[in-house]
Design a binder for this molecule. Structure first.
Ligand SMILES: [Zn+2]
Length: 131
């Protein structure tokens, strides 16, 4: 039976489970549909781990079969802030958005700077002692 209200962010196993029971599809059918293997289908459902490309496929089929529209069709979920962001906010081959990338760079810089200051302090102490 159709879901009363389409969830915005169903898990992979929810989506696959719903399709399998609604359309009486076996793992072999699902594997054919997503052009993958049965063990991959099993892995997705069990771990929720799926590539961005395959998640697109699963979401697109799930919303299509529910006569709905993927609310995040033009977005990708950032692995850093875990928010849905426009696809354009990701650099090629990156799983985190630009904002998260910038934050990481800044954190790296701060950490590096702190270490540099500590090193300098230790050096000053040593020089003072030597004089
Ligand atoms: Zn992010």
């Amino acid at each position: 039976m159709p879901l009363p209200k389409l969830p915005e962010d169903p898990s992979v196993s929810e989506m696959i489970g719903w399709i399998a029971s609604r359309y009486r599809m076996s793992k072999a059918d699902l594997a054919r549909m997503y052009q993958t293997t049965q063990s991959t289908i099993h892995y997705w459902a069990k771990t929720g781990k799926i590539s961005y490309k395959n998640l697109r496929k699963v979401r697109s089929s799930f919303y299509y079969l529910n006569n709905g529209r993927d609310p995040h069709a033009d977005e990708r979920r950032c692995e850093g802030c875990e928010r849905w962001q426009p696809v354009g906010s990701f650099r090629e081959g990156k799983a985190i958005c630009r904002a998260c990338e910038n934050k990481k760079t800044l954190e790296h810089y701060r950490k590096h700077r702190e270490e540099e200051l500590k090193r300098r302090k230790a050096k000053n102490w040593y020089n003072r002692k030597a004089n």
